[in-house]
Design a protein around this ligand. Structure first.
Ligand code: ATP
Length: 245
């Protein structure tokens, strides 16, 4: 296993009945990198993330996370990652604080360490005193911030984030992006995320894959892609790629 490689995907395919969600999908993500998947609705982003998070089985091909096969060694893979689903809920009758405490009970035995992690998560969420309120009283954006905090708090080796800022207003999106970036720099976490927000991807990601109809149609750093397609921003680069694909 090469420690510089966090994720390696080869010829991954996923079929749902007549729908080919992923087709010869190939990817290599370096350790410590923030890597973004972007593409239109139904392109296959969530399918790829769920396979890598060991929540969905591929139809063909292979994928490894830190050298571990996501199908044959799924339990081991899960120890190294956390996953933020696109549409996630939290236990509505717990307070935000209780929810964070509850989530650490599965992974951290030491009470002092658990307290430290919950405190860090409280800070990440930016929810302040509202953490005392029940989750059912939270807005969509507040729930998202709680869930992002839960995903990052245990400092996983790999965080898989499906549309991390979905439902957040501009200021809170900026807050969450800043946190992700800071976390990666400080703790060397590898992040794989999906997004529809090209500005977000440009700000956050070291490298990006443009996905269309289950295939990667272009890959590179945001600035490489803009230069390659002579586009002022990623949105236009993507439009150019898709129009010639
Ligand atoms: P979005 O940006 O809208 O979230 P996406 O890029 O994440 O889209 P996926 O959710 O991966 O796209 O879906 C890829 C394709 O696979 C779509 O055509 C979708 O309808 C199909 N698909 C995904 N999950 C299932 C499922 N459980 N059963 C049947 N089809 C599915």
């Amino acid at each position: 296993m090469d420690p510089r490689i966090a994720i390696e995907v080869k010829n991954l395919g996923k079929v749902f009945g007549d729908i080919r969600a992923l087709d010869e999908f190939q990817l290599q993500i370096r350790t410590g990198e923030i890597y973004g998947l972007i593409g239109p609705n139904g392109a296959g982003k969530t399918t790829a993330l769920r396979i890598l998070a060991t929540l969905l089985l591929p139809t063909s091909g292979t994928a490894t996370v830190f050298g571990l096969n996501v199908v044959d060694e799924a339990a081991e893979v899960r120890k190294h990652l956390t996953y933020l689903p696109e549409e996630a809920g939290a236990y509505k009758n717990l307070s935000g604080h209780e929810y964070l405490e509850f989530m650490t009970k599965f992974t951290i035995r030491n009470p002092a360490e658990r307290k430290e992690v919950v405190e860090a998560a409280a800070k990440i969420s930016g929810l302040g005193d509202r953490l005392r309120d029940k989750v059912k009283a939270y807005s969509k954006g507040m729930k998202r911030r709680l869930l992002v905090a839960r995903t990052l708090m245990t400092r996983p080796k790999l965080a898989i984030l499906d549309e991390p800022t979905s439902g957040l207003d501009v200021l809170h999106s900026v807050h969450v992006r800043g946190l992700i970036k800071e976390y990666v720099q400080r703790h060397g976490v590898t992040v794989l995320l999906s997004s529809h927000n090209m500005l977000e991807v440009e700000y956050l990601c070291d490298r990006v894959a443009l996905i269309n109809q289950g295939r990667i149609v272009a890959e590179g750093s945001p600035s490489e892609l803009k230069t390659r397609y002579n586009a002022p921003n990623l949105e236009e680069a993507f439009a150019k790629v898709v129009s010639v694909a």
